[in-house]
Design a protein around this ligand. Structure first.
Ligand code: ADP
Ligand code: MG
Length: 405
C-alpha cells in the first residue's frame, strides 16, 4: 500500500486541517479532566513538528468518546489541547466549536506556526452520518488535510471520509508508520512469523485471526479467546468466561463462536498451519488457585480458567524465541489481577529477547506491556484498536482510500 506522504506536497505556510487520532479517554485528577494516556498524542509529535518547520498554520480536528451528537462537557477537547501543548512545548489554543463563523474568523487571524484545537466533532450528529454539507464546513478556510487518524480510518464519518471529498489529503507520519508496519506483517513478514491472540472476546478478533492464519506460520491462542477453542475441542471448562453463542434478536441472527473456532481449526489443518491452544491453565474458584492440565482433566463448576500455566508458557515462549516476526494482540489471562498476569508477562519477555520484528496491539496488551517494561522495547506498538484489527483482517479502511498514491 503506497500512501501520499507529507514529503510529496508543498506545505510552505499552508493552512492545514490536521486529522488527529485523539479519541483518548479522560480521567478526573484532583477535579480536573486530563487525558488518561498520552501515547497517541506523543505519536503525533513528529508530524506536528514537521508542519511547524514548514511554517504551517495547524487546525486540529478529532472526535472524543461517544457524545452522540450532543455537547457533553466531560468530552471536550480542552485536556487534549493542554497535553499537546505541554508535550510539543508550543502554545495550542482551544476554540469551543469546530465549524461556523467564529471558527472561520479565528482561522483567518492565525499567524504562521499557530495551532488551534477544534471542539469534539462528535458534538454534531452530522459527524457520524458523514453529512456532506457538514464535511464541507469542516474544510472551510483550510488548504489541505494531513491525516493521522489511523485509529478512526475504519469509520465513514464527516471527519474521516467526509473531509477527504473536499480537500487534497496526505498521510501524517504516525499513520504512515502504522500502515507500513502492519502492511509488512501481511505482505512481507520475516519468517518464522508467529501471531499471538488473547483477550476477552473472539468476536472482536475472528476476522483478523482468519486472515493472519493464512499469513503466519504459527498462531498461539490464549486468554478467554482460547476458552472458545478449547470448548470447540470438547474440553469442559467449568465456569470459565466463554463467548459461545450470540443471538441478535433485532437481526434475528445467531452466531455460534464455538462452531467458528472449530472451522478455524479445520482451516489450519488444510493450510498445514500450526494453531496452538493452551494445554495447562491456572484456574480459580475465587479463593483458591490451582493448575490444571486441560487435555486430561475437566475444570469443575465454580472454577474459572484465568491464565495459561507453565507448560503452555514454555511451549509458547520457545516458539516466540525461534521467530523472526511476532505479533501479539490480547493478554493471555486476566492480567488486571497480578496472580493471573504471568502468562502475558512471560510471552512479552520472550518477544523482547528476539532480534526480529515485534509488534503489539490493543489497549490492554499495551497496558500489560507497559507494566513489564518500556514500549520502546518493541519494534512497533499499534495504537489503533479496532482499526488495527480490521486492517489485519485484510479489510479496506475507507479513510485510507483517499491517501493512496
Ligand atoms: P486488547 O485490549 O489488548 O485488545 P482485549 O480487550 O481483547 O485485549 O482483552 C483484554 C481483557 O481480556 C482483559 O480485561 C482481561 O482480563 C481479559 N481476559 C483475558 N484472559 C481472560 C480469561 N481467561 N478469563 C476472563 N477474562 C480474560
Ligand atoms: Mg481491550
Amino acid at each position: 500500500m503506497k500512501l501520499r506522504t507529507l514529503e510529496s506536497v508543498d506545505l510552505d505556510k499552508k493552512i492545514i486541517l490536521y486529522r488527529a487520532p485523539y479519541d483518548i479517554e479522560l480521567k478526573n485528577i484532583d477535579g480536573n479532566l486530563e487525558v488518561a494516556d498520552d501515547t497517541r498524542i506523543e505519536a503525533t509529535l513528529p508530524t506536528l513538528r514537521y508542519l511547524l518547520g514548514k511554517r504551517c498554520k495547524i487546525v486540529i480536528l478529532t472526535y472524543v468518546g461517544r457524545p452522540d451528537g450532543r455537547a457533553v462537557k466531560e468530552l471536550r477537547t480542552n485536556p487534549h489541547a493542554r497535553k499537546l501543548s505541554e508535550l510539543l512545548n508550543h502554545p495550542v489554543e482551544k476554540i469551543d466549536d469546530c465549524i461556523g463563523s467564529a471558527v472561520e474568523k479565528k482561522i483567518s487571524h492565525m499567524s504562521l506556526g499557530d495551532i488551534l484545537m477544534l471542539e469534539n466533532v462528535r458534538f454534531y450528529e452530522e459527524e457520524m452520518m458523514d453529512d456532506d454539507e457538514f464535511a464541507k464546513k469542516l474544510c472551510r478556510g483550510k488548504d489541505l488535510i494531513v491525516f493521522d487518524g489511523f485509529p478512526q480510518a475504519h469509520r465513514m464519518h464527516a471527519s474521516t471520509t467526509g473531509i477527504e471529498r473536499h480537500l487534497p489529503t496526505v498521510a501524517g507520519f504516525y499513520l504512515q508508520h502504522e500502515v507500513e508496519m502492519l502492511s509488512n506483517l501481511l505482505e512481507n513478514p520475516a519468517r518464522p512469523f508467529t501471531v499471538i491472540i488473547g483477550g476477552a472476546k473472539i468476536s472482536d478478533k475472528v476476522e483478523a485471526i482468519k486472515n493472519l492464519l493464512a499469513k503466519a506460520d504459527t498462531v498461539l491462542i490464549g486468554g478467554a479467546v482460547a476458552n472458545v477453542f478449547l470448548k470447540a475441542q470438547g474440553r469442559v471448562l467449568g465456569s470459565s468466561s466463554i463467548e459461545d453463542v450470540f443471538v441478535d434478536k433485532v437481526k434475528r441472527e445467531k452466531k455460534d463462536w464455538v462452531q467458528e473456532a472449530r472451522e478455524i481449526l479445520q482451516q489450519a489443518e488444510i493450510l498445514k498451519k500450526k494453531i496452538l491452544i493452551p494445554k495447562d491453565l491456572i484456574v480459580s474458584d475465587g479463593t483458591s488457585i490451582r493448575n490444571i492440565d486441560v487435555t486430561v482433566f475437566e475444570i469443575p463448576d465454580g472454577w474459572q480458567a484465568l491464565d495459561i500455566e507453565g507448560e503452555t508458557q514454555k511451549e509458547f515462549s520457545e516458539i516466540i524465541s525461534r521467530s523472526k516476526t511476532v505479533f501479539m494482540n490480547g493478554p493471555m489471562g486476566k492480567f488486571e489481577d497480578e496472580r493471573f498476569s504471568k502468562g502475558s508477562r512471560v510471552l512479552l519477555e520472550a518477544m523482547k529477547k528476539i532480534s526480529g520484528t515485534t509488534i503489539i496491539a490493543g489497549g490492554d496488551t499495551i497496558d500489560i506491556a507497559r507494566q513489564c517494561g518500556k514500549l520502546s522495547d518493541y519494534s512497533h506498538v499499534s495504537l489503533a484498536g479496532g482499526a488495527t484489527l480490521e486492517f489485519l483482517a485484510g479489510k479496506e479502511l475507507p479513510a485510507l482510500k483517499a491517501l493512496m498514491e
